[in-house]
Design a protein around this ligand. Sequence first.
Ligand code: NDP
Length: 413
Amino acid sequence: MDKVLIIGAGGVGRVAAFKCAQHPEVFREITLASRTRSKCDAIVADIKTKMSGRADKASPRIAAAQVDADRAAELAALINDVKPDLVMNIALPYQDLTIMDACLETGVHYLDTANYEHPDTAHFCYSPQWKYHERFAEAGLTALLGSGFDPGITNVYTAYARKHYFERMDTVDIIDCNAGDHGYPFATNFNPEINIREVSAKGRYYENGTWHETEPLSVKKIFDFPDGIGPKEMYLLYHEEMESLVRYYPEVQRMRFWMTFGQSYLTHLKVLQNVGMTRIDPVMYNGQEIIPLQFLKMLLPDPASLGAKTKGKTCIGCWITGSRKDGDSNPSPFDYYIYNTCVHEECFAETGAQAVSYTTGVPAALGAAMVMTGQWSGRGVFNMEQFDPDPFMQAVGDWGLPWQEIFNPHFQI
Ligand code: NDP
């Protein structure tokens, strides 16, 4: 297997295409397709320019194409034309099911970075995609879900911690900080529509076998981030990887997800919500139906354009408590923090994208490599934590996202 089709040419698609191109030992042919062909052409041209200076490695063949992934027939025609071994879905969560259908129809492996959402309801859950398990299994195909950072690397971190250090995990806190500054009073680091739907939804966390709901952004803590980032306010959100992690690690008593936001972002979001600009139901304007959030997206900076302006770091990781594997006679609780720190400017210098796109595009490409090289193999639909974390963890540092561990940090969250 050496041919990949990437669908989606936003910030994440750009990084995924760059990363695939940097690994011709896995990806010999890359096609980047999106709704807007010119965006693919621009990324392909940038990759060719950057790769031309690298005499050390053979370059893969890379081409651009146009496709509307909401149209199943158009998509299947492109897949039959390109004949990839795997399709990387880096478009929007709305396209997950049509792309999975097209992969089944054409007999191709599938990967994405975000779970399916229906455009009309901001509801995130894996069940529509888990329902494809039997069909992928019968077709002898692999579908790898949520191969970004969170979901994605956070699932692998949890699997790695469980495999190597924990006899039993009691709590998992996933902690996501973007300490970067793009200079705008309000902009989102990935697709504005998806980002605002996620952040303005009710919070949810898991405790003692039950999901507990909280009002949006109503639970706040301060966390002292490593690598010079320092203390930041972070808020409890619902995030999709918790659904698969509690499924595959039922021993966990409590699971929470936290994300940092700056005050300017929160103030703007509140005003936009209060005036109805984040609504996802249609309203009539000048005799035409519009969705306020989609209109707002048109006014906000394109996340793919933020790279040149964003300065600072991201830090995403998992803090896990439980009992230690080595049978240590000391019964005191064990806790463990594993994380990655990324510098926006370095990501931009390498790929032309900021760190939020980078931290998603790298694991997308590496997840694809895991499937294409057979290091992760299975028939059906899988989340990242279901595979052996070791080959992924051994490679992910070299691919651009090194990780660090702190044993017994004894955080209080
Ligand atoms: P962007 O909005 O910047 O890019 C999305 C791309 O998908 C655009 O190029 C767009 O094309 C294309 N697209 C949208 N609809 C279609 C369609 N029907 N057919 C073909 N192409 C389409 O988003 P990002 O790059 O920021 O994010 C990409 C994905 O990554 C999202 O699903 C997001 O939720 C996910 N993500 C996951 C993270 C993780 O850690 N797991 C973190 C961050 C993001 P056009 O521009 O022409 O409209």
